[in-house]
Design a protein around this ligand. Sequence first.
Ligand code: GDP
Ligand code: MG
Length: 368
Amino acid sequence: MSKVRIYTLAKELGLDNQKMLDVLNDLGVNYKSASSTIDDDIVELIRAMVAEEQAPKQPTKKEDAAKAEDDGGIPLRAPVVTIMGHVDHGKTSLLDYIRKTKVAAKEAGGITQHVGAFEAKTSRGKIVFIDTPGHEAFTSIRARGAKVADIAIIVVAADDSIMPQTREAVAHAKAANIPLIVAINKMDLPGADPQKVKNDLMALGLVPEEFGGQTITAEISAKTGAGVEELLEYISLIAELEEFRADPNGEFKGVVVEAKVDKQAGVLTNIMVQEGQLNVSDFLVVGENYGKVKAMVDSYGERIKKAGPSTPVQILGFSEVPQSGEMVVSAKNEHEAREIVAKRVSERREAEEAASTRRKFSLNDVFG
Ligand code: GDP
Ligand code: MG
């Protein structure tokens, strides 16, 4: 029996995804997420129901207001995507293609600034891509308990199929508990065998949707761009379903994507704003250091004064180089920033002393 994905059906019927899930809930249909598939008979039932209701009605103002209230009025934010996969399977090429075709330089011939991530404009909204392919950034960020990406794209070359780093990438996405999409790349090559890739995915516990499973696959070529539009659409669909939200008026929270020392400028830190707003002149604390934001640029290389959720920025202001994955918080003023740092230092020292006391005791136990 063929199966249909929930969001595919929602799209076909012109329903928004939440409405579709509401309908399924009303019918008592079990599903895991909106990317789950549903059986033919249910599909037919829903098609009939919608036909009966005639054109799907737009939500009224009142319903919209009620929905906003449900979420505490917290607005949606753009999804943040990381691209992972085996070496040479096309991660950099895919990022380059998207950057070239989907980043609208604000000025003619404008150069984009490397701030660790960039914003792609699609017909379904903004998508933020972490600019450093590979697992290192992702792993070091996750090792600190931070989460920077909402969705993982696993790139698999269609002529090479699953390789060791593909497995690692899948394991990382699973451990981070974020949805993944498999981009089957290099479809332009004569040796491309997407069917083999899909079969091999099964061995990783990823059952492609055409085999009745939950794993979204997109056949693409980072070289010609074929299929990339569809891949972006899948990302937007997942974002719509997962409803990533952040409060732009809440307390600022960000994560260091990467940082480096520039001989002239000083320490440049790439930060992903996750919640609240980051402003020039804010005092920030990262690890056991603090700094004041002296200047900030966005991924278009433009100087900006403030940045909201899901915005990648580069700031100048720390005197020491923060580590990727460190959380960034803001303080009301320099005094509070110093206090936060002092507290962190004393907590670390206490923990170190406690650990060394434990070590001494256990050595005494052995040798005493
Ligand atoms: P990465 O190591 O995953 O970042 O892979 P790269 O993007 O550096 O690509 C490795 C090689 O594969 C390069 O020579 C690319 O030009 C080539 N490549 C990447 N994507 C495609 C594709 O869709 N089609 C073809 N024919 N070659 C590709
Ligand atoms: Mg690369």
